[in-house]
Ligand binder design. Structure first.
Ligand SMILES: [Zn+2]
Length: 108
């Protein structure tokens, strides 16, 4: 059997919310909320071994959303939120790390 599924359906150990555990391009495992979110910033990419999660930067996210707007609704790709962004018990997942997120560029 396949012991290395790229997407696992689980429930969060601390808040019991339904989540997806997906491998990122860097081979880490990332918990995502199971339902896509309009505020999401994580794209699921198809890969040879299933799917990979890719966290989009602010610029990538803007470009992605522009692309989606011109697509027919049924071809639009969902975006997901990292579960530690929404988990009420996120402190148990990992410490907040603000240093890795570049400040959003201001257009105005
Ligand atoms: Zn949780």
């Amino acid at each position: 059997m396949n012991g290395h599924q790229s997407i696992q359906r689980l429930n969060c150990r601390s808040c019991r919310a339904p989540i997806l555990l997906v491998r990122t391009l860097k081979d880490r495992q990332m918990p995502l909320d199971r339902d896509p979110s309009p505020d999401g910033n994580v794209q699921l990419l198809r890969s040879t071994d299933g799917a990979r999660a890719q966290v989009l930067s602010t610029a990538e996210l803007a470009a992605f959303q522009l692309e989606q707007i011109v697509k027919p609704v049924d071809e639009r790709q969902p975006l997901y939120l990292p579960h530690f962004a929404t988990c009420p018990n996120a402190a148990g997942h990992r410490r907040r790390d603000r240093s890795s997120a570049p400040p959003a560029p201001r257009s105005n």
